[in-house]
Design a binder for this molecule. Structure first.
Ligand SMILES: [Zn+2]
Length: 113
């Protein structure tokens, strides 16, 4: 399950930030995850619970902002909204799509105390 390694790396980033700022613990991590990043949010939340049982990030919250998926359809010559990397164009049903947004995954902010 790759959500576990994602959760682990988010915790590492957060604990590192807490150390750097001389904070006692991590309160909340704000992350941005694109709809097309291939991350199961439910699974990630489950893994997050598991990796925040102890240490400076014990009990830390995970606030996830989803970035909508977007692609450029060659057939429509337009940017269309896409909810899955494997979905066809919702407008013309074509599959000549170049994904332009929604694949990002990043930690935006870390709240420590
Ligand atoms: Zn199209």
């Amino acid at each position: 399950m790759h959500e576990m390694s994602i959760a682990e790396s988010i915790v590492e980033i957060a604990e590192e930030a807490a150390r750097r700022e001389g904070a006692f613990r991590v309160r909340t991590v704000f992350a941005e995850i694109g709809e097309l990043a291939g991350v199961e949010i439910e699974a990630l939340r489950f893994c997050w619970e598991a990796v925040t049982r102890e240490g400076p990030a014990a009990g830390a919250g995970l606030d996830i902002t989803r970035i909508p998926g977007q692609a450029w359809c060659l057939h429509c010559s337009e940017t269309i909204a896409l909810c899955s990397s494997f979905a066809p164009c919702p407008r013309c049903g074509g599959d000549q799509l170049a994904i332009t947004g929604g694949t990002e995954m990043r930690v935006r902010e870390i709240e420590v105390e």
